[in-house]
Design a protein around this ligand. Structure first.
Ligand SMILES: Nc1nc2c(ncn2[C@@H]2O[C@H](COP(=O)(O)OP(=O)(O)OP(=O)(O)O)[C@@H](O)[C@H]2O)c(=O)[nH]1
Length: 734
């Protein structure tokens, strides 16, 4: 005789658990709640009460033929008809609920085999689900299917369906479904399981799981994260940026370094400004970024490119620490880059290097002599004094930093400068950060791509390759990239083209999305940024009189010096040409007693043109005025959309309490606000953390269906609680 729980029985006879419990009380059978187990005797007695076929068999293979169901199933069908919501997904919900029913019954019947969900045509496809070739239908030999060994480890990408997971684990899907059920997860064979569920099942089998991470080839940052084997790494030159307050001598210092330290052989070369240069000190190179100031440094950083290894802060000894000195220190600190202080202009009689050092201690830059670890080098950039020491110190800091790169890989790096040259096309200075860049390399730079046609170094000489930390100017790109863009060399031109084109496409879409049209909501913002002198309006109304009345009233509005300008008026519906005019002139369209036609509506959506419809003149005026003053607050009112009854609570560690509920009225939506009502009293108000049908997150659940709800920051949910769902609806301005 079958044992089952009260709620299972209630479901079977299509009654509420409460009714069943009441009947049981009448029968003098003691139960505590709907989770209580009923023995066969009790079930038989209840069957008699509820007119069930005593011992109605739960057929093992009923899934094969849908109509052959136990009598009670007809009740279910009837119930479903009754509650059938007009929702699109009602079919799915029904199917899911049939499958759920079956799992429950089969569990109750302690069956070994759980039927597959009764999806359309699933009977025929069944062998396919098992891989197609293994044709022996498992149902025919339910005795003891030979179990294959469990794998030690499985991998997955994003998610797996129950069937896929079963295959990976060498288990029958039915077994997985059962296991999931035991673990509190209702699932059907084709349902996809998230990471948590997969891990739960695998942990239960003692199988290790690993989520595969697939690389997005179009994301250039990915190539920067690849690590090189330790043995492939060799020392590379440091990349240095010079920062400091205006007129403290950044440019003079950069010039002094450039002129004193260009190697003998290269001395004849005329240094070119390509945005960076290298100097050679006894065989060791240092790369200087030739764009002094913070802007370049922060722009690069803002774009995610950290290319500087050491910052030299130039402070004039006759002037001391100034605002931009502090700014420079903060930038370097934020980037976690070591700082060397060059105390400049020591040739000046008014120079007071000690004062500079003293002042800098306030910012945590303490000289070694005073017990700190910041290197201070007194220099006179103008006279070329102290430059050697400065360079030596840079090399010392570089050595401590152990800067390394792998020259034997495809190059990656960052754009330092780029421009369009009349004769040569797109010209970009690239700093190779890792690998070696060669002429002919297929390359993606920012959102453009190409092949390195020619390469010129900082001395204006043509070179064939550029090793790590070397700046070179290249030609051969289709478009001009931006400073701070990253570049990556690819194995072949085809890949570079594909990735470059994909990136260009993505950038285009992003920029389109960004190009925000004028709306009432951003009107004030645009006005306050001083970008707007006039507010362009297009007025369409039902009669000429209204057009004129509106136009003259709008013209009188003057907020913060921004005037309303009527660029077009007309009688009749809002048309597509009104929209294109609005789009071209960044205007808002006001419709008075008229509506946009279909094409206009579509065009407005596409172009992001705002249309405001009104029926009362003063409201139209008020709205525009309020928008210009930045006082356009949306108005909301609350609307109760549904109610659900908590029938069961499930505690999941680390997650919280899930309220297994039944929607008794209206609907519950994922984004609705919720109130927990106990004995007619609101005990909590908040929002949902999750709304699920079985294992699936859903947007809404309608009357007559069960769902699992979790309330954000509230776990004190109890059986019998009522959950009221409400939304705040914006009142449409008329
Ligand atoms: N006496 C003396 N004057 C210097 C020294 N270094 C720079 N100067 C002078 O200080 C002035 C400013 O120098 P720049 O190198 O242009 O300073 P900067 O920091 O690059 O200035 P901005 O580019 O305007 O931010 C120039 O007139 C230089 O000649 C130095 O060591 N001694």
């Amino acid at each position: 005789m079958t044992k089952m729980r009260v709620h299972e029985y209630a479901k079977k006879v299509n009654r509420s658990s409460k009714e069943v419990i009441e009947e049981l009380k009448k029968l003098n059978i003691n139960v505590t709640n709907h989770m209580s187990t009923l023995n066969g005797d009790a079930v038989a007695k209840l069957d008699a009460v509820f007119n069930q076929n005593v011992d109605a068999p739960v057929k093992k293979n009923e899934g094969q033929h849908k109509p052959k169901q136990p009598q009670n199933q007809n009740h279910k069908e009837a119930e479903k008809q009754e509650h059938a919501p007009k929702q699109k997904d009602s079919q799915e919900q029904e199917e899911a609920s049939v499958a759920f029913e079956k799992i429950k019954r089969n569990k109750a019947a302690k069956e070994d085999i759980i039927q597959q969900p009764k999806n359309k045509g699933s009977q025929k496809k069944k062998p396919g689900i098992h891989g197609g070739k293994r044709r022996q239908p498992k149902q025919q030999q339910p005795q003891q299917p030979v179990q294959k060994e469990l794998p030690e480890k499985i991998t997955f990408y994003e998610s797996l369906t129950v069937a896929e997971l079963a295959k990976k684990l060498n288990r029958e899907p039915s077994e997985i479904i059962k296991k999931l059920f035991m673990l509190g997860v209702m699932a059907t064979i084709n349902q996809s399981l998230d990471k948590d569920a997969i891990e739960l099942v695998c942990a239960d089998y003692g199988v290790e799981v690993e989520e595969e991470v697939r690389i997005d080839k179009t994301d250039l940052n990915v190539y920067f994260e690849e690590e090189d084997p330790e043995e492939a790494l060799v020392e590379r030159p440091p990349v240095v940026t010079i920062m400091g307050h205006v007129d403290h001598g950044k440019t003079t210092t950069l010039d002094a370094i450039r002129h004193t330290r260009v190697t003998e052989a290269e001395a004849g070369g005329i240094t070119q400004h390509i945005g960076a240069y290298q100097v050679d000190i006894n065989g060791k190179k240092i790369t200087f970024l030739d764009t002094p100031g913070h802007e370049a440094f922060t722009t690069m950083r803002a774009r995610g490119a950290q290319i500087t290894d050491i910052v030299v802060i130039v402070v004039a000894a006759d002037d001391g620490v100034m605002p931009q000195t502090v700014e420079a220190i903060n930038h370097a600190k934020a980037a976690n880059v070591p700082i060397i202080v060059a105390v400049n202009k020591i040739d000046k009689p008014t120079a007071n290097p000690d004062r500079v050092m003293q002042e800098l201690t306030e910012y945590g830059l303490i000289p070694e002599d005073w017990g700190g670890d910041t290197i201070f080098v007194p220099i006179s950039a103008l006279k070329g004094e102290g430059i050697d020491q400065l360079l030596e110190m840079i090399l010392l800091v570089a050595e401590v930093s152990e800067l390394k790169a792998n020259p034997n890989r495809r190059a990656i790096g960052t754009v330092i400068e780029a421009r369009l040259d009349k004769g040569r096309g797109s010209v970009a200075t690239l700093l190779v950060q890792n690998g070696t860049l060669r002429v002919g390399d297929p390359i993606v730079v920012g959102n453009t791509f190409g092949r390195v046609r020619a390469m010129v170094n900082d001395l204006g000489r043509r070179v064939k390759e550029a090793t790590p930390a070397t700046p070179v100017e290249i030609t051969g790109l289709h478009e001009v990239p931006q400073a701070g863009d990253r570049f990556v060399v690819f194995e072949d031109e085809k890949t570079a083209r594909e990735i470059g084109e994909a990136r260009a496409q993505m950038a285009l879409q992003a920029s389109r999305a960004q190009k925000s049209r004028l709306t009432l909501d951003n009107l004030f913002e645009q006005m306050s940024q001083g970008e707007m002198k006039e507010l362009n309006l297009i007025i369409k109304a039902d009669v000429q009189g209204s057009v004129e009345a509106l136009a003259s009233s709008f013209m009188k509005i003057d907020v913060e010096g921004v005037k309303v300008k009527i660029i077009h008026t007309g009688v009749g519906a809002i048309t597509e040409s009104d929209i294109s005019l609005a789009a071209a002139s960044n205007a808002i369209v006001i419709g008075f007693n008229v509506r946009p036609d279909v094409n206009a509506k579509r065009a407005a959506e596409q172009e992001g043109v705002e249309i405001r419809l009104h029926r009362i003149i003063y409201k139209a005026i008020e709205e525009i005025e309020a928008a210009m003053k930045g006082m356009l607050d949306p108005e909301y009112e609350e609307k109760i959309i549904g109610q659900a009854e908590v029938r069961q609570t499930i505690k999941i560690s680390k997650v919280g309490t899930i309220a297994g509920s039944y929607v008794t009225d209206g609907k519950v939506t994922r984004d609705a606000g919720v109130r927990v009502i106990r004995n007619g009293i609101v005990i909590y108000e908040g929002e949902l953390a999750s709304l699920k049908r079985f294992k699936d997150d859903v947007k809404e659940v309608v009357k007559g269906f069960e769902c699992g709800m979790q309330i954000k920051n509230f776990n004190d949910i109890k059986e019998g609680d009522i959950i009221e769902a409400f939304v705040m609806e914006e009142i449409v301005r008329k």
